[in-house]
Write a protein that binds this ligand. Sequence first.
Ligand code: CMC
Length: 471
Amino acid sequence: MPHRKDEKTRDITELIVKAGEKARRETRAIPEPELTRPIEWPVSCTVGPGLEGAIACETKIGYVNGSKGWLIYRGYDIFELCAYSTFEEVSYLLLHGNLPTKKQLAEYNKKLVDSRNLNNTMRLFMNYPVEGMNAMSALRLGTNLMRHELTYIDREEYKPNLDGVIGSDEDSIPMETKPMGEKDAIYGFKRIKMNRPFKGVNPELHPAAGAESCNHLVSGVATIAAAVARLKLGQLPIEPDPELSHAANFLYMMTGCRPSPVEERIMDVALILHADHGMNASTFASMVVASTLSDMYFSVGAGIAALNGPLHGGANEQVLYMLEEIGNPGNVKKWVKKSVKEKKKIMGFGHRVYKSYDPRARVLAPLAEYLVKKDSSNHNLLETATTLEKEILDTIGTKKKIFPNVDFYSGIVYACMGILPENFTTIFAVSRVAGWTSRILEYLENNRIFRPRAMYTGSFEKEFKPLEKRR
Ligand code: CMC
């Protein structure tokens, strides 16, 4: 069962505790924003472009205090969760509302262990050209295949019976292009009968919107992300080891090597840090999909798609490329001057909600430093990053309240662990799937389809011209 292996990673705990103390010292006096009370609908709020300031729902799951730079999951401070808990405990906390007892954790862990093995999904997955795909696109495909395998919706027995439509000499299925030699193959569905009437479902399968599919996704997205990393290198996926924790398994399935306690711990902390973060774009995207009463797998797919963008989770990969482009600390000043002049967005800086230092960056920065002290091969990368941070804060940062965000140091941490940048954003998804699924479950309790409006600024009463008269 996952537990804190404090003996071998005590210095990591100490770094996190210190970072937490510093954060509290520096931010305690900053006033609270007024975003912590029940809503009486309809609610009045001032909304900016990109729905800035809009209140979409109530939640008990997590709170981002952007003025102070505090992050809370279900009432617990992020620094304490990083210092003393595991991803298993934190994902349970997000999904269930309380930290698990030993017994609850053991039961939950068993579900995660069972769900980690996705042999059938993996068999399907390997029929696709994953090696040439963008990692997030492959992850989204894999999530779709999980849906196919784990829910009753697409099961063989509920699929149309194609006998009688395709001749025995034809191994093709009905398609828009008429198969050779098959007279009645196109649009033949009207003649198809169901294999079995759609009555009742196999209880071992899932209603695709329920709590079990959350466990499957929290566990299985990691298996797929690890397989994506391997397939992209031309290596075969590795089966999980039931004795390893979620973080250790993820690293093991990705690299083929059982991680050291330090590597396991750092990945665990990274997963805890990224697990939930208010109504961010990917969480909102997944909730919008869920609010239509689509299912958990489709919703998580939407979350993955939104997370991929460089303004959101995709920034962690871009930070690495940016630091490589800068090259060394000596180039930072000139690079920043040019970027500011060209009004370029500096990857890994700024946040819609945090107008102070992102607490996740407060944890990741000392972890990056710790890893570089152990192995100096990424020394230049880290020096370039810290010099860039100082330069941004000295120039535009403090004035515009643009501080390093979670993506600024996470990539350096992953790079120090030998992970390729193309896989950075999938790690974010491996963690955030806990937040997506928790918030969807919570929202579905009082579901109302998301349906904002746009202000129409187009014209009216235009005269319709037939095609031939248009210029
Ligand atoms: N570099 C340079 N200027 C910036 C940056 C940045 N990274 N971020 C914000 N600004 C400036 C922006 O130009 C604007 O200046 P002005 O008022 O003079 O026009 C001001 O700060 C306010 O910024 P904004 O664009 O209105 O902020 P936003 O809330 O719309 O965008 C953001 C937030 C995260 C998309 C943006 O800060 C950004 O593009 N950052 C870089 C990408 C990044 O690191 N994303 C990861 C976000 S954290 C993890 C996650 O949630 O995925």
